[in-house]
Design a protein around this ligand. Structure first.
Ligand SMILES: NC(=O)c1ccc[n+]([C@@H]2O[C@H](COP(=O)([O-])OP(=O)(O)OC[C@H]3O[C@@H](n4cnc5c(N)ncnc54)[C@H](O)[C@@H]3O)[C@@H](O)[C@H]2O)c1
Length: 299
């Protein structure tokens, strides 16, 4: 049977354009009641235009779906969640997608460029999630999808502000996954690649055609569905490719915690960097287990 969202209330931030719009249309077509949030500003975060969210709501309704427009900034996340509660009475899914770009290399970065990107991507996702999480805990059900970026996972020239905030979103997601585990609340992170107005400046026309936002939304919908058990995951997705990314750790080298030198580190450098027999830690407990395996601690 097709995955269905009837009776589910889904909030998609930044749903007026690009990826968010594609997610919202898919949720709407699958029976969800959708809160289409979009401030309607420029790609670098200037201005606002409430009609941007209205247009997507009109599209969902024209196809027989149910949706409400919300023009607030994600930095007022509590207002967006209140809109979901006032209109539809609950909130089941939050897709944190809103974003802007203010690309500058670090030595040219202004505090304003840093702060704006932080406000929208990280503080905004925090505010929306903070407002939604208690309702999800109380009802014993909820799904979050955070939107990071390859720039966040790997770093990218000219995107110090963006990459820092984007990877932080995965940290937030992993902690929501931990705190929500016993309460039926799951959280995952996607790193999409899609043609959009944010990518228009860095991609040629042929690449833009291949990278449809509609190729990202099926993963977002699956991660948001009852039937999906994944939580704390990180997925790269684009142009019909979906892959999971995880941490990998070398076996490492042990030293005597009573005292060791930089020369000891140099001597063990190859072993520290040797990924044969690597492990894939998933929690701070795995770090403590590794530390406790130090033979110097065990006589
Ligand atoms: N397109 C890609 O290849 C790509 C790659 C990696 C990550 N991402 C991320 O995916 C997300 C969507 O990007 P997109 O490419 O669809 O861009 P987009 O510009 O087409 O859409 C982003 C939307 O967010 C809205 N928005 C911006 N600030 C907001 C705020 N304060 N409150 C509410 N809405 C706000 C904008 O009005 C816009 O409609 C972003 O978080 C972006 O960083 C995109």
């Amino acid at each position: 049977m097709a995955l269905d969202f009837t009776d589910k209330v889904v909030v998609v931030t930044g749903a007026g354009n690009g990826l968010g719009k594609s997610h919202a249309l898919l949720f709407g077509a699958r029976g969800a009641k959708v809160v289409v949030n979009d401030l309607g500003g420029s790609g670098s975060g200037e201005g606002s235009d409430a009609s941007v969210a209205d247009g997507v709501v009109a599209e969902i309704k024209a196809s027989g779906g149910d949706a409400v427009a919300n023009p607030d900034s994600v930095t007022d996340g509590d207002k967006i969640i209140q809109c979901a509660l006032d209109t539809f009475g609950r909130v089941d899914v939050v897709v944190n997608n809103a974003g802007i770009l203010r690309d500058k290399s670090l030595h040219k970065m202004s505090d304003d460029d840093w702060d704006m990107v932080y406000e929208v991507h990280l503080r905004g996702a925090y505010k929306v999630s903070r407002a939604a999480f208690p309702h999800m805990r109380d009802q014993g059900y909820g799904r979050f999808v955070m939107t990071t970026s390859a720039a966040g996972i790997y770093g990218n020239f000219g995107q110090a502000n963006y990459s820092a905030c984007k990877l932080a979103l995965h940290g937030l997601s992993q902690t929501i996954a931990a705190e929500g585990r016993a309460k039926g609340v799951k959280s995952n992170t996607i790193a999409p690649i899609a043609a959009s107005r944010l990518m228009g400046t860095v991609m040629d026309e042929d690449a833009m055609k291949l990278l449809r936002p509609e190729s990202v939304s099926p993963l977002v919908a699956y991660l948001s569905h009852d039937s999906c058990d994944a939580t704390g995951g990180l997925f790269e997705v684009g142009a019909g490719w979906i892959s999971r990314v995880r941490w990998e750790r070398s076996q490492g080298a042990f030293f005597d915690p009573a005292g060791f030198s930089p020369d000891d580190v140099e001597a063990a450098w190859e072993q520290i960097n040797d990924f044969s027999d690597a492990t894939h830690p998933t929690s701070p407990a795995d770090t403590f287990r590794a530390i406790q395996a130090n033979p110097h601690l065990n006589g």
